[in-house]
Design a protein. Structure first.
Length: 333
C-alpha cells in the first residue's frame, strides 16, 4: 500500500465527499446551506488526500460526469434516510422526509465512479445508498426489525457496538479480522443485500455492518462512522492509497493491477426519474434479508459469515457503551 497517500508522480490524490443541503444558521443568517462535519475531511487530509466537498447539483448526471473527471476517489457520507421509494417501499412514519436532490446526486456520483472504476468508501447513509443502487433493500426502523435501540441512542451520542470482521476481506486487510468496536448512529440498516456486494462484517444479531464489491473495482461500505475515531483512520488511509493508484493508472485498484478490466453491471435505480420505469435487478443468491437468512443455503463461505440461525443470541437489549459526539455533528449522522 502507498502509506503517505502520494502517487508515484508525487501528486496527492483528490477525494470528493458528498454533503448535506439543509437549512442552517450562522450568526444572523438562516439559509439553506451545503455542509459536512469537519471530522470527515480532517480524516482525508490526515491520510494524505486532498478533500473536496460535493454539494447536491440541479443536473446531477451532467454535473457528476464533470466533477468525477477531477477526482481520484469518492466518499459517500452519512446523513438523513434514503428515499424508500427508490427501493420500492412505502415510507415508514419514522423515516426522514425525502431529500430527492441529494439522493439523485449521490446515485449519479456512484454510478459514474463505478463506470470509471474509481475507488469508493461509503459511510452509514452512503452504505445504504450503495445497497439501494445495487438493487438491495433497507429496514426502515431497526427497533421494529431487531427489537433494540442499540445502534442509535439519540441526542447526538454515538453508541459503541462490536462488529465481527470476516477474515480474508478487504476490510480485514485494513482493520484486521474478528471483533472491532465501532461508533454507530443509525436507525436503518440493510435488509436484502444488493447485487455484487459481499457482507464482510456483522453484529451478533446478524445485521450487515460492512460490505465490499465482489469483483472489479474498490467499493467498501461501513454502517458505522469511522470519522468519529480520530485515533484510527485506517479506512480513510485505505481509500487514499487506492485513490493514489487510480491517479496514476486511471482505473485499477491495488489488488487488480495486472488483471483484465471488465465493467461491473449496474443493477439499481439509474435516477429518480427512472424509478418504477425499469425492473430492478435483485440481489444474487446468498444476499438474503434478515428474515430469510438461515432458511436457504448462502453464497458466502468466508469465516465469520454465518447466518442468523448460526449466530449466538443477541444481548442487544442491554445498554451499549457510548461516546460523546463532537458538537458539530449533532444528530446529523
Amino acid at each position: 500500500m502507498v502509506s503517505n497517500g502520494s502517487s508515484g508522480e508525487g501528486r496527492r490524490p483528490v477525494i470528493g465527499l458528498t454533503t448535506y443541503l439543509e437549512q442552517a444558521k450562522q450568526g444572523v443568517w438562516d439559509v439553506r446551506a451545503a455542509f459536512l462535519p469537519q471530522q470527515y475531511f480532517d480524516s482525508v487530509t490526515a491520510s494524505g488526500g486532498i478533500a473536496v466537498l460535493l454539494p447536491p447539483q440541479p443536473e446531477p448526471d451532467a454535473a457528476a460526469a464533470a466533477v468525477l473527471e477531477g477526482l481520484d476517489g469518492l466518499i459517500l457520507t452519512g446523513g438523513l434516510d434514503v428515499d424508500p421509494s427508490l427501493y420500492g417501499a412505502q415510507r415508514h412514519p419514522l423515516t426522514d422526509p425525502a431529500r430527492p436532490e441529494r439522493d439523485a446526486w449521490e446515485l449519479a456520483l456512484f454510478r459514474g465512479a463505478e463506470q470509471r472504476r474509481m475507488p469508493v468508501l461509503a459511510i452509514c447513509r452512503g452504505l445504504q445508498l450503495v445497497n439501494v443502487a445495487r438493487g438491495g433493500t433497507l429496514h426502515q426502523h431497526l427497533p421494529e426489525a431487531l427489537g433494540t435501540e442499540r445502534f442509535r441512542v439519540g441526542g447526538g451520542v454515538f453508541a459503541t457496538n462490536e462488529v465481527v470482521v470476516d477474515e480474508g476481506s478487504r476490510l480485514a486487510e485494513l482493520v484486521g479480522p474478528g471483533g472491532l468496536d465501532v461508533h454507530s448512529y443509525h436507525h436503518q440498516g440493510i435488509d436484502q443485500l444488493g447485487a455484487g456486494l459481499i457482507a464482510t462484517a456483522r453484529t451478533d444479531d446478524g445485521l450487515v455492518q460492512a460490505f465490499e464489491s465482489d469483483g472489479e473495482g474498490y467499493v467498501l461500505g461501513v454502517q458505522w462512522h469511522p470519522e468519529e475515531n480520530r485515533e484510527d483512520r485506517r479506512l480513510f488511509a485505505g481509500l487514499v492509497a487506492e485513490a493514489s493508484v487510480y491517479a496514476v493508472t486511471g482505473s485499477r485498484s491495488l489488488s487488480e493491477r495486472g488483471t483484465s478490466e471488465t465493467k461491473h453491471p449496474e443493477s439499481g435505480p439509474r435516477s429518480l426519474s427512472e424509478r418504477g420505469t425499469s425492473e430492478t435487478k435483485r440481489a444474487q443468491p446468498g444476499s438474503r434479508s434478515l428474515s430469510e437468512r438461515g432458511t436457504s443455503e448462502t453464497k458466502r463461505a468466508q469465516p465469520g459469515s454465518r447466518s442468523l440461525s448460526e449466530r449466538p443470541s443477541s444481548s442487544s437489549g442491554t445498554a451499549s457503551e457510548t461516546k460523546r459526539a463532537q458538537p458539530s455533528n449533532g444528530v446529523l449522522a
